[in-house]
Each structure stands twice: as structure tokens, then as C-alpha cells.
Design a protein around this ligand. Structure first.
Ligand code: XUL
Ligand code: CO
Length: 436
């Protein structure tokens, strides 16, 4: 089989002085930072749907992507070849993981049985390629939003037959993920929400979604799949409102329906932006609940109100993400999946390399900067000092739950107005810039 990227060599680390666009300036996979190899901190993943399947269409025009290895048909043979080319891409790039939807890797057919057969045929190749290269599946998922049957939702469709079809599809997708040794499985509910409340019974739809997720948990146990399930929050697009709109809403949903122990969150930067949050906010919400699972690494454009899924290049952003991640102890099963696509004008195959190299270097720098901030200790020291009135005396009693309002009243009558310290926001911002 001819190569998909014959003119592109294996991407090597050449250091910050290199002028070679097809080299890493900062990502040096086996270099140890903060006690671990960079590749083990960052656990980069290629998103099959964008890198192998996105034609770069947008709402105003058709696809522009030139992908000479793809014959444009939905044949099994083409799907199998594409899978091989995906591994060639990962090998040349030095990315260790990939993620897919069932319908990215294999075509959907007229019946569930035929679609499952197609998926198995491509999974054969994925499995062989994993064995050949040592590359791994970070997570799998099912596409429950593209087919017309899901136009009113999948698990939240008003039609029980659609719910059943979605369940059958997820059953198979979990099984294939399990077969391929996937480290996790993601639920992103693109249409699990509503377009208008005029036709929607929200309570019933949310109950159905919870039932669906419980069935998934039961099936995972039945087949012995050990990886975590992730929910990926997003507030809207394509629906007007998604029930898993942000990290806090997801956690509340999981708690309400007794699902917390089975799910962690897969946080995506562009989704945080659409929810009106920073990525760091979403991460801190998840980390506080012990529920940070994985990350869809991308970025949005704050001037465009939709999910542009751009490759992350902003060092300030990657520093924030890596700081939260390092402080939380890092990934276990999760990783940094580049749920990102090249721009419509970047239609050549080599652009896929530039995009991933840029994202990997941006995260490598974020990792090094975050590690230096932690080693320096001033940031953590300031935050510790800021809460130090809770380390002893009345504060410690409050934290331990030893006292109530009567004791607070007695304390305040005796001690009067508390002495406040400045929050020093600008000082802290300047401190961070020392490292960037
Ligand atoms: C959509 C999105 C999805 C999920 C997987 O915005 O992020 O690609 O990551 O279904
Ligand atoms: Co995503």
C-alpha cells in the first residue's frame, strides 16, 4: 500500500532554535518534566473524525480538504485503508493515542446488523494496526447525532424506537471499544437536549437519558469493560440547549440519578467557551468533585459564536490547563485528545501535521511553564496564605464543623471587624507572566 504522506518524515524534536516547521520545538516525548516523561503527562490523541473524516465544509460552503488516500466512497475497503493511513499519521507524528466514533471509522448501513458487520471489519484493521505500532485507543464513542433518526435526540428522543436504536448502537460501540483495549468511553449528547420547549417534556427526557446511562453501566459490567465512562459537557450546538451543558450541570445530573461513581468528565475547551466559562473554571469544577477524566484539547474563537474546534496554540491557555492538571495529580485513563480541525483554507495533508505539531508544542510549553510555577512555589504559597485564617482558631473550628452560628456571634461580638488582606490580582497576573 502506498504511503499517505510520502514526503513527510517522522517528526523529530529539534529544539526551540529549529526553523523546520515539521519538527517539535518543545515537545520531546521522552524528556522528563515534573517527574514523568512528557508523553506520559500529555497522552496526546488524534481525533479520527476530524483528522481522517472532516472534509472542512462549513455552513457556507462544501469541503475543501485534499486527501489523496481517500477514494471518497463508503466502501469497507476505503474505510480499512483510511484506518491504516491514520496509523501512518500517528507514527509519523509520534502521537500515542486515538479516539473515534463508530461511524467515523466504519460506514453506517441500512440495518443495524449490517452496520455492526462493517464496524467489525474495520475494527479488525484497527486491532492489527494497534498491535503493529503499539498505538492505543484513548476512548471510543457512538455517533448519536448525524443520522436523520436522531434529529430529535437519541436517548432523549420522544420516540422509544429511536431510544432503542441508540441503545443498540452504544452497546456495540462499547463492545468494540472494549475489544480494542480502549481506556475509556465517551458520551457526548449533541442532540440530547431540545430545540424548543414548546414540544418538550424536559423531566421525561432527562429521566430517559439517566435510564440510558444506567443501561450502559450495566452493559459495561456485563462485558467486563473496566475503563471509565466520560460525559462531555457542551451547552448547545447542534441543540438549542443540551442537558449536559457544563461541568456543574453534568455533575448535578449524575448525582441526581445515582450515576456519579460510574462517570467522569471529558472537558473540551471550546465547549467551556460556549458555556461562558474558561477551561480552567471547568477543570476546577471537575477536579473539586474528583471527576476530571479526559480533555478534548482545542480552542474556540471568542468572536465566533459556534464550535470552531481550532487547534490550541495559546500558551496562556495551555499553561492554565497544565497547572490544574498537574495540581490534580495528572491523567490516569484520560489524555489530551485533539478534537480540532484545520481551517477550511488549510486543505493540504501537510496542514494536518502543522496543526498537531503546534498543539503538541503549545501543550509541551504549558507543561514546562506549569511545572516551573509549581516548583517556584510562590503561587501556591500565596493561595495558602490567603486562606490561613482557616488553619487555626475560629477558622479551623469552622472547617471541622465544630461550631455554629451562636459561636460565630460570640466570636464577632468579642473580636469586632476582621482585618482583611488584599487579593492581589494584578500581582498574581504579573507573577504568572514571569514564567510565560
Ligand atoms: C462535538 C464534540 C464531539 C465529541 C465526541 O462538539 O466535541 O466530537 O467530542 O462525540
Ligand atoms: Co469533543
Amino acid at each position: 500500500m502506498a504511503e499517505a504522506f510520502p514526503d513527510i518524515p517522522k517528526i523529530a524534536y529539534e529544539g526551540p532554535k529549529s526553523k523546520n516547521p515539521l519538527s517539535f520545538k518543545h515537545y520531546n516525548a521522552d524528556e522528563v518534566v515534573a517527574g514523568k516523561k512528557m508523553r506520559d503527562h500529555l497522552r496526546f490523541g488524534v481525533a479520527y473524525w476530524h483528522t481522517m473524516r472532516n472534509t472542512l465544509a462549513d455552513p457556507f460552503g462544501g469541503g475543501t480538504a485534499v486527501r489523496p488516500w481517500d477514494d471518497g466512497t463508503d466502501s469497507i475497503e476505503n474505510a480499512q485503508n483510511r484506518a491504516r493511513f491514520c496509523f501512518e499519521f500517528m507514527e509519523k507524528l509520534g502521537v500515542d493515542y486515538y479516539c473515534f466514533h463508530d461511524r467515523d471509522v466504519a460506514p453506517e448501513r441500512a440495518t443495524l446488523a449490517e452496520s455492526n458487520k462493517a464496524l467489525d471489519a474495520v475494527a479488525d484493521v484497527l486491532e492489527a494496526e494497534q498491535q503493529r505500532t503499539g498505538k492505543k485507543l484513548l476512548w471510543g464513542t457512538a455517533c448519536l447525532f448525524a443520522h436523520a433518526r436522531y434529529c430529535q435526540g437519541a436517548a432523549t428522543s420522544p420516540n422509544a424506537g429511536v431510544f432503542a436504536y441508540a441503545g443498540a448502537q452504544v452497546k456495540k460501540a462499547i463492545e468494540v471499544t472494549h475489544r480494542l483495549g480502549g481506556e475509556g468511553y465517551t458520551f457526548w449528547g449533541g442532540r440530547e437536549g431540545y430545540a424548543t420547549l414548546w414540544n418538550t417534556n424536559m423531566k421525561r427526557e432527562m429521566d430517559h437519558l439517566a435510564k440510558f446511562l444506567h443501561m450502559a453501566v450495566d452493559h459495561k459490567k456485563a462485558i467486563g469493560f473496566k475503563g471509565p465512562f466520560y460525559i462531555e459537557p457542551k451547552p448547545r450546538e447542534p441543540s438549542t440547549h443540551q442537558y449536559d451543558s457544563d461541568a456543574a450541570a453534568c455533575l448535578n445530573f449524575l448525582r441526581q440519578y445515582g450515576l456519579t461513581e460510574h462517570f467522569k468528565l471529558n472537558l473540551e475547551t471550546n465547549h467551556a467557551t460556549l458555556a461562558g466559562h474558561s477551561m480552567r473554571h471547568e477543570m476546577e469544577v471537575a477536579i473539586a468533585a474528583g471527576a476530571l477524566g479526559s480533555i478534548d484539547a482545542n480552542t474556540g474563537d471568542e468572536l465566533i459564536g459556534w464550535d470552531t474546534d481550532q487547534f490550541p496554540t495559546n500558551i496562556y491557555l495551555t499553561t492554565q490547563i497544565m497547572l490544574s492538571l498537574l495540581e490534580s495529580g495528572g491523567f490516569t485513563t484520560g489524555g489530551l485528545n485533539f478534537d480540532a480541525k484545520v481551517r477550511r483554507e488549510s486543505f493540504e495533508p501537510v496542514d494536518l501535521f502543522h496543526a498537531h505539531i503546534g498543539g503538541m508544542d503549545a501543550f509541551a510549553r504549558g507543561l514546562k511553564i506549569a511545572s516551573a510555577i509549581i516548583e517556584d512555589g510562590r503561587l501556591a504559597g500565596f493561595i495558602k496564605q490567603r486562606y490561613s485564617t482557616f488553619d487555626s482558631g475560629i477558622g479551623a473550628q469552622i472547617e471541622k464543623g465544630e461550631i455554629g452560628f451562636a459561636e460565630l456571634e460570640a466570636y464577632t461580638l468579642k473580636n469586632g471587624e476582621p482585618l482583611l488582606a488584599s487579593g492581589r490580582q494584578e500581582f498574581m497576573e504579573n507573577l504568572i507572566n514571569e514564567f510565560i
